[in-house]
Design a protein around this ligand. Structure first.
Ligand code: SF4
Ligand code: SF4
Ligand code: SF4
Length: 441
């Protein structure tokens, strides 16, 4: 057996078992995903992140289709004891969901640091594009005033963690209000606050001068740029107010400027049935220009309008096919960053126990950037307010999620109010996990 990805040792310490007990019976944990192809069988634990590769012979000992219950003796005899110590197999008497809850609560208790670590700030909800799919359509457009920006600084000074904090600039298009960002960051620099920042942007308004300010005053080190595939798709979907200036060529050039400035650039490819076929063409353009840099990443997001019916599963499958093809053809920015897996005690900001907050242009506070405007939990002007997780985070996890192998990788209240949740979540995650495992092979 080969270990292709090491498990998170903190979880092993909480849940792992010291060796195999030959007198006991074991079963596959609910929180694993198995993938087989001729001669090779992969098991991924979604709880610990450990990934194991087994030969046909090894697999025959534990194949859950044939042996739903495996004796401890079998693990010892076949040299597969690690599958028990790393939580891939559990006692037949174990309640996996209770073990998951135990791991999460211990990890939460281990994180004793107080104060807010991440502020998502909307300097404006205005934007210079009019994307056909924009989920903010119909939202009131407002921009932060200088007076509110100064109050944001006071709020950060009052509530921040003692460690380095992260500011995430979000909108609308945050660069429309870049002067407000500079105002907030200049004040934080004057107070010697240790911070870095990231931006979610359409990138059209970045110039070399603004990038210089962003790197030196905003301490910007990462940008997520929303893109729409090929030139034709990009221009048909972004609908900039100034389309002559902010066209596809401008996007490609600006990505280059951001990379030159030292930013980690993540391209968020928004796709649906209408533009998925054009992705390859876009990636080819990117690859020709910036294929050698290791600061470029790609992240894809199916547009919520495409998630409404079953056809989204085939759409995602098609997207993965195109991506696999591009990767085979050497586009290395599609590979993703390999980093050691650490199970999260909170999978999203709304469940962060007061470590992350969203600040609207008016200074209202939210637990989640996608929650509707009437769900503010307080505002920056209330000095007595103590930020907590969204109340939905303490609800019991939905039955369907408790038995789902992806629960440890999901926001526990997905089905209890996460605005990003959609019905085909499990199918989409299966396709992604299979893609991840195939890549390892
Ligand atoms: S760039 Fe973002 S905020 Fe602007 S219109 Fe497009 S989706 Fe909406
Ligand atoms: S939201 Fe979907 S993928 Fe996540 S745990 Fe629930 S059923 Fe599974
Ligand atoms: S959209 Fe869902 S996953 Fe994201 S922060 Fe909000 S509640 Fe959490």
């Amino acid at each position: 057996m080969l270990t292709l990805a090491k498990p998170d040792n903190r979880v092993i310490k909480i849940l792992g078992r010291n060796g195999v007990d030959p007198s006991r019976e074991y079963m596959l944990s609910s929180y694993v995903y198995c993938y087989s192809e001729p001669g090779r069988h992969l098991i991924k634990s979604t709880m610990t992140g450990g990934i194991y590769s087994l030969s046909d012979e090894e697999w025959a000992n534990i194949d859950p289709a044939v042996n739903p219950v495996v004796s401890g003796k079998v693990f010892e005899a076949s040299g597969l004891s690690e599958l028990v110590s790393s939580c891939v197999f559990v006692y037949t008497t174990d309640d996996d969901y209770s073990r998951y809850k135990l791991a999460v609560s211990v990890l939460k208790a281990m994180d004793k640091k107080t104060g807010i670590k991440s502020y998502t700030i909307l300097p404006t909800t205005g934007c210079n594009a009019r994307c056909v799919y924009c989920y903010e359509k119909g939202m009131k457009i407002s921009s932060m005033t200088e007076a509110t920006a100064d109050k944001v600084v006071e709020y950060i000074l009052r509530t921040k963690s003692s460690e380095e904090i992260t500011l995430r600039w979000f909108g609308g298009e945050p660069l429309v209000a870049n002067k407000i960002i500079t105002r907030i960051c200049t004040a934080l620099n004057e107070h010697n606050v240790l911070f870095k920042s990231k931006i979610i942007t359409n990138a059209s308004l970045f110039t070399p001068e603004l990038l210089d300010t962003a790197v030196n005053i905003w301490h910007l080190n990462g940008a997520q740029v929303s893109v729409d595939g090929s030139k034709a798709d990009y221009e048909a979907r972004k609908l900039f107010c100034t389309p002559v200036e902010h066209n596809y060529e401008h996007l490609l050039k600006t990505i280059g400027l951001m990379l030159e400035a030292g930013l980690e650039v993540t391209l968020r490819c928004n796709y649906d049935h209408g533009n998925v076929e054009g992705m390859y063409e876009f990636w080819e353009d990117i690859n020709k220009l910036y294929g050698d840099t290791d600061k470029l990443r790609l992240y894809s997001s199916m547009l919520f309008q495409a998630q409404k019916d079953e056809s989204c599963v085939d759409l995602h499958r098609r997207y993965i096919e195109i991506r696999s093809e591009a990767q085979k053809n050497g586009m290395k920015f599609l590979r993703g960053k390999s980093s050691e897996y650490r199970m999260k005690s909170n999978f999203c900001m709304a469940d962060s126990e007061g470590k992350c907050v969203v600040i609207s242009p008016e200074g209202d506070l939210y637990n989640c950037e996608h929650l509707p405007t009437n769900t503010a939990c307080s505002n920056i002007f209330d000095e007595d307010f103590k930020l907590k997780s969204d109340p939905r985070a303490s609800l019991e996890v939905a039955e369907e999620c408790r038995n789902c192998c992806f629960l440890p990788e999901c926001t526990p209240f997905c089905r209890n109010g996460c605005p990003d949740w959609f019905k085909y979540c499990r199918e989409i995650k299966s396709i992604d996990t299979e893609y991840q495992l195939k890549n390892l092979i």
